[in-house]
Design a protein around this ligand. Sequence first.
Ligand SMILES: N[C@@H](CCC(=O)N[C@@H](CS)C(=O)NCC(=O)O)C(=O)O
Length: 241
Amino acid sequence: MIHLHYWPTPNGWKISIALEELGLPYALKLVNIGRGEQFTPEFLAISPNNRIPALVDDDPPGGGAPISSFESGAMLVYLAEKTGRLMPSDVRGRHAVLPWLMWQMGGLGPMLGQHGHFKLYASEKIPYAIERYEREARRLYSVLDAQLAKSEYVAGDDYSIADIAIFPWTLTHKAQGLTLDDWPNVKRWYALLRVRDAVQRGLAVGKELVRKGMDDEARRNLFGQGAANISTDKGNAGATA
Ligand SMILES: N[C@@H](CCC(=O)N[C@@H](CS)C(=O)NCC(=O)O)C(=O)O
């Protein structure tokens, strides 16, 4: 059984969608990141970067001790390798998928995250930061658009973990003041994925917990964290700078 440590956010949805696509049974362990549950010693033992998602598989391929994983990109690769699905197993096929997975992990996710932060959440509105990340968000959407002009899915003719990694972040476009009309190929692909049954089931996991806006405690936990939060001798340190 796979134990999924999760909260309903774009990075969490990647894994709930992948598990639904693959039809793998999983047990959900909610980690309320607005309440600081990502700093507990139990969670840090499997996710040392205090971020969801993370997983523990007590039935790993080849047997033996449970395997735990964090970083959604690594988790997607794990699930694809465990099942032999959603990523080809030959070098050429893997290499069609992995660059786009890395692109999402190192580019699209962090940049849209920063754009959302400065545009929607930061208490001080800093035009330079908002404009810088909006320009970068637009550039990345254009890169994706050019890729999707060439093929139905991100990595070619087949749906893969690259699509699953990218899609949840594109769900933020409206909130971030962007329109997919600017990127017609992304718009086509987005509509294709949005109606997939497994995508809808993945997005429905913990849907009732999704909140608009953020209270002071969530702000402190998410935006006030520093080294003290992950200090093992302090246990659950709470949010301090
Ligand atoms: N690179 C990480 C990013 C994960 C991440 O940023 N998760 C956010 C939710 S979308 C989180 O857990 N935030 C809690 C915190 O900032 O302490 C991944 O892809 O797994």
